[in-house]
Every structure is written in structure tokens, then in C-alpha cells.
Design a protein around this ligand. Structure first.
Ligand code: F6R
Length: 600
């Protein structure tokens, strides 16, 4: 940040807006009378703020960072900014050749303070400045030697009022207003500071001064990157709730309704897709790629696209898809699912697929994010800013986009009569009301969560689309309760995992009373016969049919089988949330996690 006013307080405010990206340690550096001064603290931004209150920093040029540890633990020494006497830097990403650079720089006398890969950047720029004192040239020469992924902002002691920036694979944006200049790794950090934003492209190196930026592309040519309105994602507040996660679970009737509404035509009975820029959703084959929760949304979408649209779908985790050399589905299309639109694995997989000529569609929540801009076409979700680290409303919004896509693809492939389409659209339109009922379905949830909090391991089971939903439920549960949880397809239980069942094991079964219910009921009986305690999430008919085997039942409203997986997500989220609360875990910022994972 560059201003005519002291910047430290606003730097800390910006870091707070970015805290969901990482919260192991944080720091700021400013230039005070030509000297780099730093304040860094392990832990959350509150710790940095406390330190800064005791020992404030002056200075009108400054940088700040909140870290998610990759190389080296969350200590003060490893916290950014990293600095030499004359250069301070903040870095997102991973410098893959840091060991070689470190050895080379150390051999020339550089003294390293941290275990991070990032610190080499500061030393490298210092070394280049010795060879060429012009900051922009020295910076560009240093950047040219880096391998890996990075978004870097550097500040030079002798050059107040100047920030040097570089982007390769990790997001970075510049905002200019009056005689101030701001740089952020996320538009959300810049909200309220400026109205326009400039996204850097991979390979860009830039020089930022008050009210002015100059950007060179990877060939060193001066380029103009367009200014775009800074899309305000809305206020980042808990709106009176104890946690962002709870607020976001409760928002789902509205966020799913908004997401669906953008794909329904004016008459309200047909799905209409935006311009898909040559992505042929009538193709026979598709792949769906994502990570974590987004991957599980894709796996539920697989059941829909196969069952309703007759498209042969393959789903994979982005980090595996990228490297397993799978042949692209000839004539097919790719669907890449991401809340943040910045997940490095998903982005790398998208570029890999595009490199092989696959036309790709992104289902993304954050407009103008890198995946949003890289894909050939996009289906936005309308979840709004998701701040809780555990994804909830983004997941159900992704399901809505996939459901709408399914209807459009089925129509294009002549798999759907007009009447059937109307039924599916009606189910979609009614779903938010069912979701609302499902959120408040059971008054027993607190008691069930208290019981779950006493266990060491929980198994989640489901069949059909409720199998990937069980995978998602287990992920949600383990990431915020720290209790081991895993999910199996109910039919797979007898092939091994049944050995785990004893009287201490809790088994959450997600199974509406559909055509597969009787089979799942048999699996429940196998569990009950071995003393396992079952928590059943079903509808009234399912709960009644399983009353002799389930210890607890959560009865959801009857809903259309098409949209039921979206509705059934809510109690699974609530169970994870309430169990974590009863254990006193920091629900919104569980240990070791970051909201947006911009390293591979
Ligand atoms: C889990 C969770 C993660 C993300 C994953 C992908 O609750 O949030 O598993 O789903 O890191 O992130 P996006 O969707 O931003 O690509």
C-alpha cells in the first residue's frame, strides 16, 4: 500500500479481510525514514494487531501478509514480510528452486533467518540491486530466476513510494485511487479502498507508484491490463451469528434460490444457459474436476448428468487428473468446479485440459477469479462471499449450477420432454423451501452432536448420489471436529469396513426412502447386528422403516428425488457444526487449513 498517510492500520485491516486465506502467522513492514521496519507475530491477526498497538509502525509505504505455512512452521521467524537490510517482500506460492538459490546466495554471504522458501526472494533482489541499482530492472532480473508459483510484492528501502509486483500462477491485483496505490492477492482485500481493479496476468512484472502502475508482460513488453470495476462481494460480517459457518448454512435457501434463478427463463419453466462460448453441453462425454468439497459436488453432478442427460462422465480430483495422463474425452467437455476460483490444483488441471484441446466450463463462485477468467465459459454460483473455511453454501450453490446444467444438457441431447423439464424445474424452484425446512428439521441435533463429540471415529454411508454426499459430510465433519471420519458407499461396507463396527462406532447413514432404501436398510441391519450406533438422515417414511435399527433419526421433509441431495446436505453440515461447537473448536478457522489453496 502507498499513501500520503501512514499505512499500517489499513494494512492490518486488509489482512483481516484476507485472514480466511491463512492464519498461521502474520506481519507487516513499512518504510520509516528510509529503513525497513517490521512487526510479525505467530498466530492470528489479532496477535499482530496487539503487537502493533504496543509498538506501532509509521511509514507511508508498506506491505503485509497472513500466512498458511508450507515451508517451515508458523513461527515469527517464518512469518512474512521477509527482509534484508534494503528489501522486504511478501510472497504467496512456492519457489520450487529455493534450495539452489539459497545455497548460491548463502555462498555469497547472505544470512538467512527463516526456513521458508520465500526468504530467497528478498536476498535475490538485494543481490540483483548490487549489480544494477535501478529497482525495476533488479526486480525483473530476480523474478526471472524464480521457478514455481508466486505472487510477490517487494519494497525497497531507498525507494519510498514504490512497490514492485510479480505474478506467476498465484493471483495478484492492483487498485489505484487518487495518489494512493494498493496491491492485493484477492479483490476482497481491496474492497472499500478503490473502485477499480487491475488483475495481473501470469508472467507480468509491475511497478506501482502513487496513482500509477506500469506493467510488463513475460517478454518485457509494456502492456496495458484493463481496469475493471472492483466487484464488491458484500459485507464480510457474521450478521449476529456465532460463526460465519452457521450464518452461511442458514443463508442457503437464499443462495440456492439466487443461483437457480439466474438459469431459469422468464416464463419460469425452462432452464436457459448463458453463452457457453463453444462448449458443447450436448456432447456424449464430460469430465468434472475439482478439489475437496467442489470435487464432491462434481461427483453428485456425475449421477445427474449420467442418469438424466445420458452423458458419460468421469470425475477426478484436480491434483490427480493433472498428472495421470488421462486421454481427453474426444468431442467432450470439461467442467471445473471451484468456490474461490483460485485453487492451484484446479487451475493447473484446467490449463492442462485446455492444452489438450478440451473446451471447458467453470462453475465458480468468485467472479473474475483466475479460473473464472481462464475457462472458455462459466456458470456462476451466487453463494456470495464464503468466509467460513469449511465450505457450505458454495457446495449447495455448485450443486444447483450442476443440476441446471444437467437439465439444459438433457434437453439439448433430446433426453427430456417438455413436461419432464417442467417437473425438474419445478423441483429446483421448490428446493430452497425444502432446504429451509431441512435446516430446522430436527430439534435432536444438539443431543446427537453431543454424543458424536464423545467418539473417536464416525463412518458416513450413502448410496447413489448420497454416497458422494456422505463423502462431503465426512469431510465437513473431520475438518472442523478433528474427529476421524470417513465415508463409504453403503454397499461397499461388507467388503472390508464392516470390520470397524463395534459399539463405540457411530454410523451416519444418509438415505431418503427411494428405490435404493431397502438395500441401505439391509446394510443398516448389518451394522446394528454388530452393535454400531446408527444416526439416520432420511424422510418420514425412511425413519419409520428403520425405527428398529437407528439410534437417532433426523426426518427431513419429503422432496423431489432430483433435488433431494441438495436438501440432505444441510443436516450433515449442521451435525459437523454443532459437534465442533460442543468440542469448542474454532469452527471458522480450523487448524492447519486455508480457505483458498493457491499452492499445488
Ligand atoms: C472443504 C473445503 C475444501 C475446498 C477445496 C476447493 O470444506 O472448503 O475442500 O472445497 O479446497 O476449494 P475451491 O472450491 O475454492 O476450489
Amino acid at each position: 500500500m502507498i499513501s500520503a498517510e501512514p499505512v499500517s492500520a489499513r494494512l492490518i485491516e486488509g489482512l483481516k479481510r484476507l485472514e480466511y486465506r491463512g492464519y498461521d502467522s502474520a506481519g507487516i513492514a513499512t518504510l520509516e525514514a528510509g529503513r525497513i521496519q517490521r512487526r510479525r507475530a505467530p498466530g492470528k491477526i489479532a496477535a499482530l494487531e496487539k503487537l502493533h498497538k504496543r509498538k506501532p509502525l509509521a511509514g507511508q509505504t508498506g506491505i503485509g501478509h497472513t500466512r498458511w505455512a508450507t515451508h517451515g512452521g508458523p513461527t515469527k521467524a517464518n512469518a512474512h514480510p521477509h527482509a534484508t537490510k534494503n528489501v522486504a517482500i511478501v510472497h504467496n506460492g512456492i519457489i520450487e528452486n529455493h534450495r539452489a538459490l539459497r545455497e548460491e546466495l548463502a555462498a555469497c554471504g547472505a544470512h538467512f533467518e527463516s526456513e521458508t522458501d520465500s526468504e530467497v526472494i528478498a536476498h535475490l533482489i538485494t543481490a540483483e540491486l548490487e549489480a544494477d541499482p535501478v529497482p525495476a530492472r533488479a526486480f525483473a532480473a530476480a523474478i526471472a530466476r524464480l521457478e514455481g508459483a508466486f505472487a510477490i510484492v517487494a519494497m525497497i528501502a531507498e525507494a519510498p513510494g514504490l512497490l514492485l509486483v510479480a505474478r506467476q500462477g498465484s493471483p495478484l491485483a492492483i487498485a489505484l485511487k487518487g495518489d494512493e496505490a494498493f496491491v492485493g492477492s484477492d479483490a476482497i482485500a481491496l474492497e472499500g479502498l478503490a473502485d477499480q481493479i487491475i488483475y495481473l496476468e501470469d508472467g507480468d512484472v509491475g511497478l506501482v507508484e502513487p496513482g500509477h502502475a506500469q506493467i510488463l508482460d513475460r517478454d518485457g513488453a509494456l502492456v496495458s491490463r484493463s481496469e475493471q470495476p472492483l466487484f464488491c462481494q458484500g459485507s464480510v460480517s457474521k450478521a449476529g451469528h456465532a460463526h460465519y459457518m452457521l450464518k452461511e448454512i442458514l443463508e442457503q435457501p437464499a443462495t440456492t434460490e439466487r443461483t437457480i434463478a439466474q438459469y431459469i427463463d422468464d416464463k419460469g419453466n425452462k432452464i436457459q444457459m448463458p453463452d457457453l462460448d463453444g462448449v458443447d453441453i450436448g456432447a456424449d462425454r464430460a469430465i468434472i474436476i475439482g478439489c475437496g468439497t467442489a470435487h464432491y459436488a462434481g461427483r453428485i453432478g456425475e449421477y445427474w448428468l449420467e442418469g438424466i442427460a445420458g452423458i458419460a462422465v468421469e470425475t477426478d480430483i484436480a491434483s490427480e487428473f493433472h498428472y495421470r495422463k488421462a486421454p481427453n474425452p474426444t468431442g467432450g467437455f470439461g467442467i471445473f468446479v471451484s468456490q474461490s476460483g483460485e485453487t492451484a490444483d484446479t487451475l493447473a488441471a484446467l490449463k492442462h485440459a485446455q492444452g489438450q484441446g478440451l473446451k471447458s466450463l467453470a462453475i465458480v463462485n468468485v467472479p473474475e477469479s483466475t479460473i473464472w477468467r481462464t475457462a472458455d465459459a462459466r456458470l456462476p454460483t451466487q453463494a456470495g462471499p464464503e468466509i467460513g473455511v469449511a465450505s457450505t453454501k458454495a457446495f449447495t450453490a455448485q450443486l444447483c449450477a450442476l443440476a441446471c446444467l444437467t437439465v439444459a444438457a438433457a434437453r439439448k441431447r433430446k433426453r427430456l420432454s417438455s413436461q419432464e423439464e417442467t417437473r425438474l424445474v419445478t423441483a429446483l424452484k421448490e428446493m430452497p423451501a425444502r432446504l429451509s425446512e431441512a435446516i430446522s428439521a430436527s430439534s435432536d441435533l444438539d443431543a446427537i452432536a453431543e454424543d458424536l463429540a464423545t467418539t473417536r471415529s464416525v463412518l458416513f454411508l450413502g448410496r447413489g448420489p448420497y454416497y458422494p454426499l456422505a463423502l462431503e459430510a465426512a469431510l465437513k465433519f473431520k475438518e472442523i471436529t478433528y474427529i476421524h471420519a470417513e465415508a463409504y458407499a453403503a454397499g461397499e461396507l461388507k467388503h472390508g469396513p464392516i470390520a470397524l463396527i463395534d459399539k463405540d462406532m457411530r454410523i451416519v447413514v444418509i438415505a431418503p426412502h427411494d428405490q435404493l432404501f431397502e438395500k441401505t436398510l439391509s446394510n443398516m441391519q448389518e451394522v446394528a447386528a454388530r452393535g454400531g450406533r446408527i444416526i439416520l438422515i432420511s424422510d418420514a417414511a425412511g425413519c419409520a422403516a428403520a425405527k428398529d435399527v437407528a439410534h437417532h433419526s433426523i426426518a427431513l421433509p419429503a422432496c423431489d428425488p432430483f433435488t433431494a441431495p441438495i436438501v440432505y446436505a444441510a443436516p450433515a453440515q449442521m451435525l459437523a457444526y454443532l459437534t465442533a461447537c460442543s468440542l469448542g473448536v474454532d469452527v471458522d478457522q480450523p487448524r492447519n487449513l486455508a480457505k483458498s489453496v493457491t499452492v499445488e
